[in-house]
Design a protein around this ligand. Structure first.
Ligand code: BDP
Length: 573
């Protein structure tokens, strides 16, 4: 899905700001800022603990110039949205982290205002990605249960726009551009007609919906070097251009050879983090300044990459990574497909993961939608080098194969140019996992020295080495990325004895893990869990959230941050 754009033929108007807000759709007695998570804003718990639907309302002026196709475009609404204009439903969307657009052309009159209501439903059930369950408490109120660690923030999380585009318009473009300087493109337009394409910086043009343009001696997009080019697409009618769209792309190749992950033919070693869109008060809302701060800290610490754990991040993140040469493992919101995992890897199995009352064919259908939509959104981004189709699903159950095989195939069909993977949980080791052979890269989350062998780093190292050997023996010479390893750490807590939760132990833990990675040629990346402390669902295992950050939630460095900086900035890659 293309992002809205302001240009010669298109207009857009952000609808950020204060909306009227209601819990019942009748009494609008509060206001709520957009974009924003609703949960940490109000001083009372009524909104925070509300399980169900809430309502945003405002009048939107449609400018006189909006005479083309007028739409409302949402970056993300978590988790379900029903959109109404002047009382008529114009669209609904399931899934909290991907964009959608509602056409409102026939319901609005340019030069007048209209009433927009967005009904947001924060409930997760087993057909959702991520899945969850709403239960009724003894007092009759509802509780949301879910199997992932991070807090279930909800709201209109990203900027929404009022958009005007020409009736004949560019619907989509797919670009594949490798080191050879050839830009293969395929344009989809709303109705047939003449198409002109130009690689602006390369000064080469062509015509037709599909073709290839060659740029002489292209400046490659590479890690740390976000060289971007612009493909200008013009829909032509006689002498006039009726629509145009500019899509940025980069010339680069990604491939796997043995255990190497090659970017532009060179082995790449991932350093960085699994992250979260998570901030005090903002919750999961996107904010440019907060994001920029995170990116600056990534740069400071020597991270060359990140994983969008555990859902697709705002498009602003992806643009930034494209521009700055930050390598991205792009993940769907499929987290928590695992009944044995509750709040990190603590917890015990309550029921079988795959089955009619649990993760089922409806979950799979929606999971497939998220794969399609994620790839549709990010397919032209040079920063994205690998699709992660799930985080820590249960893959010990033989039924996991029937669930994942079609999804892996779908991801490959949607994008034959990038490798695919899924992130493996510690409770599904090499001898129990039923799906790893379906993927190109082994991504594993391991907590030796924390959830197992806690405090005993010599033993942790032995167990970790044994497990890595096990993966290689069973699945052959494939790349392994350690997508999570970490230890909860209270900033400011120290000990001479490497006691758990201290900054000293976090550093010792990282040292021990790093030693194991450095001995194993197949390990081609390390993403520490997590970049920063983050809010989690309530539970005895978490004291005001997950504390595995290299930075605190307000982005102050722990000792671990300096350790990683030293390690990563001295690495050759
Ligand atoms: C892993 C999950 C991650 C958790 C982490 C933890 O992938 O979401 O936050 O454990 O427990 O299992 O810290």
């Amino acid at each position: 899905m293309l992002r809205p754009q302001l240009n010669e033929t298109r207009e857009l108007q952000p609808l950020d700001g204060f909306w009227q807000f209601s819990l019942d759709g009748e009494t609008y007695d509060r206001e709520m800022a957009v974009p924003g998570s609703v949960n940490d804003v109000f001083a009372d718990c009524e909104v925070r603990d509300h399980v169900g639907v809430y309502y945003y309302k405002r009048d939107v002026f449609v400018p006189q110039s909006y005479t083309g196709l007028v739409s409302l475009r949402f970056g993300s609404v978590t988790h379900h949205a029903v959109v109404k204009v002047n009382g008529t439903e114009v669209g609904r969307h399931k899934g909290g982290y991907l964009p959608f657009e509602c056409d409102i052309t026939d319901l609005v009159t340019p030069g007048t205002s209209c009433e927009v209501i967005v009904e947001v439903d924060n409930r997760l059930d087993m057909t959702c990605i991520p899945p969850g369950k709403v239960v009724t408490a003894p007092d009759g109120t509802l509780r949301q249960e879910y199997m992932h660690d991070f807090y279930n923030y909800s709201g209109i999380h990203r900027t929404m726009y009022l958009v005007n585009k020409p009736r004949r318009h560019v619907c989509d473009v797919r670009i594949v551009a490798g080191m050879d300087g050839v830009c293969h493109y395929e344009v989809r337009q709303s109705e047939p007609g003449e198409v002109r394409v130009t690689v602006v910086e390369g000064e080469v043009s062509g015509t037709g919906e599909k073709g290839a343009l060659s740029v002489d001696k292209p400046r490659l997009w590479a890690p740390g070097d976000g060289n971007l080019y612009t493909l200008l697409i013009e829909l032509v009618d006689g002498d006039s251009v009726v629509d145009c769209y500019r899509e940025q792309f980069g010339f680069r190749t990604v491939e796997i050879s043995g255990h190497h992950f090659l970017i532009n033919g060179k082995p790449f070693y991932f350093t960085g983090f699994g992250m979260h869109e998570d901030h005090e008060t903002l919750g999961k809302a996107h904010n440019d300044v907060s994001m920029q701060r995170d990116m600056e800290l990534l740069d400071w610490i020597g991270a060359n990459s990140l994983r969008t754990s555990h859902y697709p991040y705002a498009e602003e993140w992806m643009d930034y990574c494209d521009r700055h040469g930050i390598v991205v493992i792009d993940e769907t919101p499929a987290v928590g497909l695992n009944t044995s995992v509750a709040g990190g890897i603590l917890g015990s199995a309550v029921q079988k993961t795959y089955g009619p009352d649990s993760v089922n064919e409806h979950t799979q259908t929606h999971h497939a939608d998220t794969i399609r939509d994620l790839i549709a959104r990010d397919k032209n981004r040079p920063s994205v080098v690998l699709w992660s189709i799930a985080n820590e699903p249960d893959t010990t159950d033989p039924d996991s194969r029937a669930y994942f095989e079609p999804l892996a195939k779908l991801a490959r069909d949607c994008d034959p140019t990038r490798p695919i993977g899924y992130v493996n949980v510690m409770t599904s080791p090499y001898d129990k996992c039923h799906i790893t052979d379906l993927f190109d890269v082994m991504m594993i989350n391991r907590y030796y020295g924390w959830y197992v062998d806690a405090g005993d780093l010599p033993t942790a190292k032995i167990h970790f080495r044994e497990e890595l050997d096990g993966w290689i023996n069973r699945f052959g010479d494939k790349p392994i990325i350690i997508t999570e390893y970490g230890a909860d750490t209270v900033a400011g807590l120290h000990s001479l004895y490497n006691s758990l939760f201290t900054e000293d132990y976090q550093v010792a833990y990282l040292e021990a893990n790093s030693e194991v990675f450095d001995e194993c040629d197949n390990v081609i990346g390390e993403h520490m869990w997590n970049f920063a402390d983050f809010q989690t669902k309530p539970g005895f295992a978490r004291v005001d959230g997950n504390k595995k950050g290299a930075f605190t939630r307000d982005r102050r460095p722990k000792a671990a941050a300096r350790y990683l900086r030293d390690r990563w900035t001295h690495r050759e890659n």
